[in-house]
Design a protein around this ligand. Structure first.
Ligand code: SF4
Ligand code: SF4
Length: 146
């Protein structure tokens, strides 16, 4: 590239809008269909674990607190999830869904990547129990559902 061509390109660029976006100060609206965040409705869950068996990434676990009274907590490993929505398809009770909300998941530690879904009292019970027993509530390896 000659100096002349380069200078012409520089001058042209000076009067063009930058193509880069000023993220995070400017955010584009994400598509409605974006599979960004898994949600779970514990009130409909039967505890069948089909979603867990079908998940190709070992990204979800179901903690059974009381099977008779259907008290379950879902432990979701956001960092393992490949956002395929297979679990959503597999669930026969429409407990799982993927939304386009909360798509910014970057973090400096691993804790925010382990999410507990369930009734508030059940999640609290599980976390308190783990704290008492000194068990890490975000294990590095998934448990085998089989
Ligand atoms: S497939 Fe649905 S009903 Fe079965 S454990 Fe998963 S969320 Fe619950
Ligand atoms: S979206 Fe796919 S990878 Fe993520 S939890 Fe569901 S089945 Fe697993």
């Amino acid at each position: 590239m000659t100096i002349g061509v380069m200078l012409r390109d520089v001058l042209k660029s000076l009067f063009k809008r930058p193509v880069t976006e000023l993220y995070p100060f400017e955010r584009k609206t994400v598509p409605l269909e974006l599979r960004a965040e898994l949600t779970w409705d514990p009130t409909k869950c039967s505890g069948c674990q089909l979603c867990i068996k079908d998940c190709p990434a070992g990204a979800i676990e179901l903690v059974v607190l009381d099977k008779v009274n259907k008290r379950f907590v879902m432990r979701y490993h956001r960092d393992r999830c490949v956002y395929c929505a297979q679990c959503v398809q597999s669930c026969r009770f429409n407990c799982l869904n993927m939304t386009n909300e909360q798509w910014e998941h970057a973090a400096l530690s691993k804790e925010p990547f382990v999410v507990h879904y369930g009734r508030d009292e059940d999640v609290q019970f599980l976390l308190e129990k783990a704290a008492k027993e000194g068990v890490e509530e975000c294990p590095d390896q998934p448990t085998d559902p089989n």
